[in-house]
Design a binder for this molecule. Structure first.
Ligand code: ADP
Ligand code: MG
Length: 484
């Protein structure tokens, strides 16, 4: 996929900026003590604050603030020690307060950055404008009754981080890489679970098209995308729609659009003219938020190693390729598993086994690494058997499939099936003599110059040994015998 679209009148370039809503991991809501647990019975986790009762008073949950600071540090943002909560006023049935408490002019984090890696190994820095903290709304339920809509306020008041990128993304692939990378970072620092299918991470995608190098054009915003794949499709559709308008000499109207997954189209939701005037003003129930430098320092000191640092360490210390390192660090659990297997062993061998064998089987079984039937020490034992020549790499793959299937240890399977590699020179010589005695005609041909037959002999010897002869030794001994 390219960064550009070729129209009848020339080339158009994507300009994309993303607003990501990430639900903060915290036991209770942003301004109340009600639980945030997912999947509970409707309206069982609603305090008077979340229900917008008259006279209620919000009390800030410092865990949510600490989580936002941690995330801000992870995206290399500036942590603002002074920030302000505003009321964003609008009416919606799932918003009983009649306003959302958010941050507008003075967010808690500004000016961050995030590095995305593309498939060709290249890297690009994407600017982040801001990260602010706000409340989530409740949920209208339209599918419970043919004649009525209901509202579930369990989500009302849950803390969100809104992370706004600069318009630095230049293709749907870059946008996808950005969302994946951000999700990976959020999971590393454990501030959001990143589960898009549950709605705990949602994306609003802004896109406009321009002639390469020229001024930005008018953008449209596609709201509430809940999968990376849908986002890419929505962006591709929207780009073509805008190019059609621009090529016909028209102007793109700035508006908010929705992506209809079934039809694969974006549709207008509201135009800029109807856009809300939210009448932002500082919430009189909440003092401005002032953070002590010690609090920020303490959080900074507790940060785990982040994906970029881990990736560079895997490349520099373990000699892994950029691609392998990226794959292994994307999820922290995979990286931890890898390090446990690689400890004291061949780093590249361990990386190959995870990426092409283990991940392959896990994928097929629809399992995550936390449910892997083969543990890190068990895979390590298998790699040791390869390294000390007990088994060949090929046999190892068969053993691994059985380990995955049955949970048995590698050593046990080798014993049970007699798969131990033959490395005894005498035994290998005996098999070779036997094959040569049988194939006198071929030996003659080989000796009179038909070199190609060497592979045939290797095959015959391997077969005669039941696949158990050490291939390297077979090659060596066979060479001396045939040439001798
Ligand atoms: P608003 O305040 O109207 O929401 P912002 O300036 O906050 O607008 O921008 C919202 C998002 O739109 C940001 O992610 C930003 O990068 C992106 N954006 C801004 N201008 C453009 C543009 N011309 N084309 C595409 N995306 C844009
Ligand atoms: Mg905005």
């Amino acid at each position: 996929m390219a960064n550009t679209i070729e129209g009848a009148t020339g080339t158009w370039e994507y300009v994309i900026g993303l607003e990501v809503h990430a639900q903060i991991i915290s036991n209770s809501k942003l301004f109340s003590g009600a639980s945030t647990e997912f999947g509970s019975e409707p309206n069982t986790q609603v305090s008077p604050v979340d229900a917008g009762m008259p006279g209620m008073l919000p009390v800030i949950n410092m865990t949510c603030i600490e989580q936002a600071v941690k995330t801000g540090l992870a995206i290399e943002g500036t942590i603002n020690r002074y920030s302000v909560f505003d009321r964003k006023n609008y009416f919606y049935p799932d918003l009983p307060q009649g306003y959302q408490i958010s941050q507008f002019k003075q967010p808690i984090v500004s000016e961050g950055r995030l590095v995305i890696e593309m498939e060709d190994g290249s890297e690009k820095v994407i600017g982040i404008e801001r990260l602010h903290v706000e409340q989530d709304a409740g949920k209208s339920l339209h599918d419970q009754d043919p004649g009525h809509s209901y509202v579930d306020l369990n989500r009302s008041g849950v803390g969100l981080m809104e992370i706004v990128s600069k318009p630095d993304l230049r293709s749907p692939e870059e946008a996808a890489a950005y969302v994946r990378k951000l999700r990976s970072i959020l999971r590393y620092v454990e501030t959001c679970d990143g589960n898009m299918q549950d709605g705990s991470m949602r994306v609003d995608a802004n896109v406009s098209m321009r002639r390469p190098g020229e001024e930005y054009g008018t953008r449209c915003e596609i709201k509430n995308l809940n999968s990376v794949r849908f986002m890419s499709r929505a962006l591709e559709y929207e780009a073509l729609r805008q190019v059609d308008i621009l090529e016909a000499g028209g102007k793109v109207a700035q508006e908010t659009r929705l992506f209809d997954v079934g039809r694969g189209e974006t549709r207008s939701m509201r135009s800029k003219e109807e856009a809300h005037d939210y009448r932002y003003f500082p919430d009189p129930d909440l003092l401005p938020l002032r953070l002590e430098q010690e609090l920020i320092n303490g959080i900074a000191a507790s940060m785990p190693e982040l994906p970029d640092a881990k990736r560079h360490r895997f490349m520099a210390d373990f000699g892994l390729s950029p691609y392998d390192a990226s794959v292994l660090v994307a999820e922290k659990e995979n990286a931890d598993f890898y390090e446990a297997v690689a400890e004291g062993r061949d780093k590249k061998l361990a990386a190959n086994w995870l990426i092409s064998e283990l991940f392959g089987l896990l994928n097929k079984a629809g399992k995550g690494i936390e449910d892997s039937p083969v543990s890190a020490p068990a895979l390590g034992e298998l790699l040791d058997l390869i390294s000390d020549d007990t088994i060949s790499g090929r046999t190892a793959k068969e053993i691994f499939a059985e380990m995955f299937e049955t949970g048995k240890a590698a050593g046990v399977i080798v014993e049970e099936k007699g798969l131990k590699q033959v490395t005894d020179t005498g035994a290998i010589e005996a098999v070779i003599d036997e094959v040569m005695a049988r194939e006198t005609q071929k030996v003659e041909e080989y000796r009179s110059g038909k070199d190609k037959l060497f592979g045939f002999f290797v095959g015959q010897v391997m077969k005669a040994s039941g696949g158990k002869a050490n291939p390297k030794m077979v090659n060596e001994v066979l060479k001396t015998k045939l040439d001798g």
